[in-house]
Every structure is written in structure tokens, then in C-alpha cells.
Write a protein that binds this ligand. Structure first.
Ligand SMILES: *Cc1c(COP(=O)(O)O)cnc(C)c1O
Length: 397
């Protein structure tokens, strides 16, 4: 069986987790803050707040930016449901902006169009969540500029995109060398308020379950840290009265238990050392797919100029009938394929909120003919050749 994605757990990962198991703290010890610091340093952000999933990260990110009843949150329909559900957790309303037909990320043109209409009708979003689909960075410079103009906050759902980067330069006016030297990491929050990473085992690096929020705003970081742990503080400066004694703490907001354990952070720290190598390997495999699938009547992933993908997914498109044949053939051959994503608004829960099939046609047509081929760092050349052969055969059949 060749899975569509698989974690890579090394002996050093296992040793790191075992070391924590033998230590004094399984939770709320020194490893989580260290993991936060290293991920923040790597990404170029000031603060990291580790949590038990990206879903929790999205929730506290929305709360920390003040999302609540009466507010709108917009995201991409081509994503996992968690990118939209976070709005509903906060009692806010959710809407979508259709995707670009090349990148499969939220279309900046459609976002701009929808914003100008929303301004007239007085229902501008409080938060927009661009999703870096498949690890390819969205056009953050353009989205950030729209955020400045229309006054919305930005949370990047970078669940697919730790290790991705993009040019911070104006592509029109810079030479190739300047573009290269001006690359910044997804997660630096240069063009957003908060970025969210996922460490689910199918993602780029894993902590089993886990996620992190990154921000450059100390007040937002402190809010998220408090929300992660019941809304409780032990910081005298954040209390409403003097402490009753050294045991004292106060609950000052309604938070949750979204904490990451020390074991998870130890695994994450150990994985982080291989992050760059992982992304490099993903690019190698993607290049090989690109080369070997070149002659077939299918659309390979298109890469935006000035962007370096983390290549979480390798998605091809062909006609809908062929897609079904390819899918079935690969499953029969013991190859794990997948389809990303069922457009969020077409799930029954969203349909009963008033969305309709046809609302976001580009995401829907993408869903109708897309297929994600296996891609993970430990995939061997032999395994990839088997996949490529099966895809070829499916097209000849
Ligand atoms: C995986 C994923 C999530 C949720 O991540 P968890 O860590 O499993 O909660 C959210 N958004 C996107 C785009 C994802 O791919």
C-alpha cells in the first residue's frame, strides 16, 4: 500500500519523546515554549502559541481578533471545513470567495469585487482567512493591501504551508535576483495578523495532533495564550485585584483547554530539524511527476511566480470521467489517492445554512476533476514509478 501521505518518524524523534516521558513534565513544562520559539524564529514571526490542533488555533485566532456575533468571516471554499467552522464557533457568519482557476487559492480579483459590493451593503468582513492550498502561498501582498483598504483582519490558514515562502518584492519592478533575495517565510505574518500551522500527521511536519498560531502583536499573542488555557492568568498585571496569596490565579475570559503536551512539542522540535529537507524532497517528487506526466492530457500544478510552495499536495486535473477511472484504478492497485477538497459550502451542514451548489463554480469545477497523487518525503523512486505507471495505464485504458 502506498498512502497519499504519511508521517516520517525517526529514531531521534522517538528518543526525544521518550526523554520527555522520563522528565518531570508531560504538560506545561519547558518544551512547548521552546518549540514555540523555534517555530516563530524559523518563520520570522515574533510570537508562537502552540495548541492541540490547527482547528483550535483557528478558533482562538478568531477570538483574539474580536470575532463575534454580527461579524462576517470570509474564506476559501476550497479548504478543509475547519477554516470556515472557526467563524461559527464564535457566533459569527461565514461566507466564501471563489478560487483562482490556476492556483486554486482564493481569487484576489473576486475578493476585491465582493469587497466593493459588501462595502455598499454595509457587510464587510471582520476577518478574511486565505488558505495556502497545497502549500502554495496566496498573493499575500495583494490581500494585505485590500485589508488596509477595507479594514479587515487577516488569518492565514497555513496548515499546508510551513516551509513555504514568497517574494516580498513588487514582482513587476524587481530583477530576478532581487526577487530571490526578498523571499519571506509563510508564518512571518508580514501581511497578516495571525498565521496558523497544522501538525496533523498528513501535513508537512507532525506532532501527532497539534497546531500553532503565530503573530507579531504581543497583545494578540497573550490573548491567544490565555484562551488556550481556560482564560486563566497567573500574571498579577492582568488580574483585577491583588492576589490572595502565592497560589492565586484568576479566570479573566472564557477559554478552553487547547494545550499542546510536552510529548507533542518534543516530537515537533525533532521534526522541525528536517523541515527544509522535507520540503526540498517534496519539490523533487513534484518535479518528477511533472516530467513523467507531461505527455498525458491532464493539468499539472501551476506555480505562481515569486512563490515557493511547501508542496503539501500534488493535484492533477483531467476530465471528470477520467478522474473517476484514475481514482478507482489507483485504489485497486493499493495506491492511496484523495480528492481535495469537497467545497465547504456544499456540505449538508452548510447547505442548510442557505448555501447552494453553484454558488462558487470555480471551486466546484475543481472538485469535479481534481485528484491528489501520493506525495510525502519518504516516498521512494520505486513507489513513485508505480504510481506514475498506474496513472499512465488509466489514461490509456
Ligand atoms: C488540516 C487542516 C486544518 C485542520 O488541522 P487540524 O490540525 O487537523 O485541526 C485546517 N485547515 C486546513 C486547510 C487543513 O488542511
Amino acid at each position: 500500500m502506498i498512502p497519499y501521505s504519511r508521517q516520517d518518524v525517526s529514531q531521534s524523534d522517538i528518543d526525544a519523546v521518550v526523554e520527555v516521558l522520563r522528565s518531570d513534565f508531560l504538560t506545561q513544562g519547558p518544551v512547548v515554549p521552546y518549540f514555540e520559539k523555534l517555530v516563530a524564529d524559523y518563520s520570522g514571526a515574533k510570537y508562537g502559541v502552540a495548541v492541540n490542533s490547527a482547528t483550535s488555533a483557528l478558533h482562538i485566532a478568531c477570538l483574539a481578533l474580536g470575532l463575534g456575533p454580527g461579524d462576517w468571516l470570509w474564506t476559501s471554499p476550497n479548504t478543509f471545513v475547519a477554516s470556515a467552522n472557526c467563524a461559527l464557533y464564535c457566533g459569527a457568519r461565514v461566507d466564501f470567495v471563489d478560487i483562482d482557476s490556476k492556483t486554486y487559492n482564493m481569487s484576489v480579483e473576486l475578493l476585491e469585487e465582493k469587497l466593493s459590493l459588501a462595502e455598499i451593503s454595509g457587510c464587510l468582513p471582520k476577518i478574511v482567512i486565505p488558505v495556502h492550498f497545497a502549500g502554495q502561498p496566496c498573493d499575500m501582498l495583494a490581500i494585505h493591501a485590500l485589508g488596509q483598504r477595507y479594514g479587515f483582519k487577516i488569518i492565514e490558514d497555513a496548515s499546508h504551508a510551513i516551509g513555504a515562502s514568497y517574494s516580498n518584492a513588487d514582482l513587476q519592478s524587481f530583477t530576478n535576483e532581487e526577487k530571490q533575495s526578498d523571499f519571506i517565510k509563510v508564518g512571518s505574518c508580514t501581511h497578516s495578523d495571525i498565521t496558523v500551522f497544522s501538525f496533523h500527521p498528513v501535513k508537512i511536519i507532525t506532532t501527532g495532533e497539534g497546531g500553532m498560531t503565530l503573530t507579531n502583536d504581543v497583545a494578540v499573542a497573550e490573548k491567544m495564550a490565555m484562551l488556550r488555557s481556560h482564560g486563566i492568568t497567573r500574571d498579577v498585571n492582568k488580574m483585577t485585584s491583588n492576589p490572595d496569596g502565592p497560589w492565586y490565579y484568576q479566570q479573566v475570559s472564557l477559554g478552553f483547554n487547547y494545550r499542546m503536551t510536552e510529548l507533542q512539542a518534543a516530537l515537533g522540535l525533532s521534526q522541525l530539524e528536517r523541515l527544509e529537507a522535507y520540503v526540498k524532497r517534496r519539490h523533487q517528487l513534484a518535479d518528477q511527476y511533472n516530467q513523467d506526466l507531461d505527455s498525458l492530457p491532464l493539468i499539472r500544478p501551476w506555480q505562481r511566480e515569486g512563490a515557493y510552495s511547501a508542496y503539501h499536495l500534488y493535484v492533477i486535473r483531467c476530465d471528470a470521467l477520467k478522474r473517476k477511472l484514475v481514482f478507482e484504478r489507483l485504489i485497486m492497485a493499493g495506491i492511496g489517492v484523495n480528492v481535495h477538497y469537497i467545497p465547504v459550502h456544499t456540505h449538508p451542514y452548510y447547505l442548510q445554512m442557505g448555501f447552494h451548489a453553484g454558488d462558487f463554480p470555480v471551486a466546484e469545477s475543481f472538485y469535479a476533476d481534481a485528484i491528489s497523487l501520493p506525495l510525502f518525503p519518504m516516498m521512494s523512486e520505486v513507489d513513485q514509478a508505480i504510481v506514475i505507471n498506474q496513472v499512465r495505464e488509466a489514461f490509456l485504458a
